[in-house]
Design a protein around this ligand. Structure first.
Ligand code: ATP
Ligand code: MG
Length: 563
């Protein structure tokens, strides 16, 4: 019997056990309207302890005969409170119907499915979902799911996520600063890698906080250890670096677009793989400005010089001179040394991709790219190139080695406003969000500001972990991104505790409030919260303190204090 079938059978057994247990009736259905139902609560039950009284977000079950319909408590009220103390109040609970269990029979096991096929009718009995029902629900994912925390309604029940859905259909982790997003990412990746050791995960880490979280499972890159050759950039990316904003430089861009393919063809044949390309493409006639083959900046400069020699009139030479100066400038710029700094130009593409995407894994399935302390433009370029390469790698490899890209502070790289930020970065991220599923590339985004994040990306994230979020506008943005049935759960966003989340979407069996497991201390991402009281209690008497800071500043190298 397959693992999935075994899982189904155990789920069925658990359900049967649930049915045999004494059910906790709490009321009856008094109205059904589409996927909403109203429940009138029975008279106060002193035997129900506080823990078992339905709360917002709790899951109730209704036996409709053929199925057990599950509903989520979205609101509760006493519409007309009586004034005298002895009077009986009408107590109403609003339910959103989210799915149903088919009842197990001799031949078919119980199955959970989203959506409701048999609606409850008036006076149907409403019960608190039994622990076994909830457990069966979270176990329904079977072998391809991993535990990430517990269900808030009953912390004895493990909350699980379906690994395939979580990755193939992208995931967003949203919440205010300090809500626990980075911890949640670490925890989920650890849980997945514990089971699937040969992952290919790239974390783009703008705060340099992940390096110690995964021990030997991760390889850490910064601009001193990462060499990202300029010839791997697309024309768009190169132009954005040379002429950010592309103001008054149309002629230079045009010249560059003409010269790059020439320089690329000049260099063909330098390595075995490009020599093959040359043979196949008849003297390199199909090399375009975007083909990722090596070329030398020095050859570009020589080409410009040659043209300059043949031009006489000053108007015509202007753009060539400006382009020459710009190319020379950027190849000397220390900030871009990881791109333009190499003395020789070698075809390192295969090596580079292997290292970056961990193919072969060699015991470290995660690449962490530290972007902290880098100038904004440089970080943008790295994010753009890495995400684009991941997509193209997926495309050309037909998703044979699925890759996940985790982007922290995603609103920086794919901002909601069209004309803000580095255009190729947004383009690369949006492309993965839209088409990544088909080529085996997954996008995980973390952000404090859903309003500032590109709406296309957010809408393509089919699993959302919404953590504490107080800002009204951010809550609205989130509400627009989640399915209707889950919106009522989002009402408790401002009151969520540390490490708690509303989990909605494909990756979880049903929308629920969960609490992530606690990470061991050594795996907690190093997010520093400055303590003013500590800092202001003692004087800084180290004379070299400021000089050290200035030194780091000039070297553009952020050294985080040990914690
Ligand atoms: N699951 C958890 N296990 C252990 N500690 C946690 C957990 N979740 C949150 N914390 C604690 O909360 C702190 C803040 O969490 P975290 O760094 O993940 O927040 P964040 O949402 O990523 O914040 P920011 O947006 O500023 O990056 C952590 O330093 C840690 O002490
Ligand atoms: Mg964080």
């Amino acid at each position: 019997m397959s693992q999935a079938a075994l899982d189904n059978v155990t789920a069925a057994d658990k359900l049967r056990a649930a049915a045999q247990r004494r059910k906790t009736r709490i009321g009856e259905v008094v109205s059904v309207n589409g996927s909403h139902a109203l429940v009138m609560l029975d008279e106060d039950r002193p035997d129900l302890d506080r823990v078992h009284r339905p709360q917002l977000g709790a899951i109730l079950s209704i036996d409709t005969g053929t199925c057990i319909v599950l509903g989520l408590v979205s609101a509760m009220s006493v519409p007309a409170p009586s004034l005298d103390s002895g009077g009986k109040d009408l107590r109403i609970i609003e339910l959103e119907l989210i799915g149903e269990f088919t009842k197990p029979t001799q031949k078919t096991p119980a199955r959970f499915r989203r959506g409701v096929s048999t609606y409850p009718t008036l006076h149907d009995e409403v019960q608190l979902a039994a622990r076994e029902e909830l457990a069966a629900l979270f176990a329904a994912n079977g072998s391809a799911s991993v535990r990430i925390g517990v269900v808030k309604q009953d912390i004895a029940i493990p909350a699980t996520v379906s690994v395939n859905d979580l990755f193939s259909r992208h995931c967003a982790i949203l919440g205010t600063t300090g809500a626990g997003k980075s911890c949640a990412i670490t925890l989920m990746l650890q849980a997945v890698l514990q089971r699937y050791h040969h992952g290919h995960i790239v974390i783009l880490d703008p705060h340099n906080e992940y390096s110690h979280c995964f021990g030997s499972d991760a390889v850490v890159f910064d601009t001193s250890s990462l060499t990202l050759p300029y010839w791997m950039l697309t024309f768009d990316e190169l132009v954005e670096i040379l002429y950010p904003g592309r103001v008054n430089c149309a002629e230079e861009i045009e010249i560059l677009g003409d010269l790059i393919p020439v320089a690329k063809k000049m260099n063909l044949g330098a390595s075995a793989s490009t020599a093959k390309l040359m043979a196949e493409r008849r003297e390199g006639s199909n090399i375009t400005v975007d083909t990722p083959v090596p070329f030398r900046i020095s050859e570009l400069l020589t080409l410009i010089d040659k043209t300059l020699g043949s031009l006489e009139n000053a108007r015509a030479t202007g753009p060539y001179k400006r382009l020459r100066a710009r190319l020379h400038g950027i190849s000397q710029d220390a900030r871009y040394a990881f791109m333009f700094g190499g003395l020789t130009v070698q075809d390192t593409m295969a090596e580079f991709l292997g290292q970056l995407f961990r193919i072969p894994v060699e015991g470290s399935p995660i690449s962490i790219i530290e972007l902290g302390g880098l100038p904004v433009e440089v970080a943008q370029v790295i994010v753009s190139v890495v995400t684009r390469l991941a997509f193209e790698f997926g495309l050309w490899s037909h998703g044979a080695a699925p890759i996940a890209i985790v982007v922290e502070d995603a609103h920086r790289y794919a901002p909601a406003k069209e004309n803000v930020g580095f255009a190729p970065t947004r383009k690369a991220l949006v492309r993965i969000a839209k088409e990544g599923r088909k080529v085996g590339v997954s996008l995980w985004v973390a952000s404090q500001r859903p309003t500032e994040l590109d709406a296309t990306i957010l809408s393509q994230c089919n699993t959302i972990f919404a953590m504490r979020l107080a800002n009204q506008a951010d809550q609205e943005a989130l509400r627009a991104a989640v399915p209707d049935a889950s919106t009522s759960l989002l009402a408790c966003l401002p009151s969520l505790g540390l490490g708690e989340a509303i989990a909605v979407g494909e990756g979880v069996p049903l929308p629920t409030r969960i609490r992530f497991d606690a990470l061991p201390r050594e795996s907690v991402p190093r997010s520093l919260t400055a303590s003013f009281t500590d800092g202001w209690s003692v004087d800084v008497d180290d004379k070299a303190f400021i000089s050290r800071i200035v030194e780091q500043w000039r070297a553009q190298k952020l050294l985080l204090p040990d914690v």
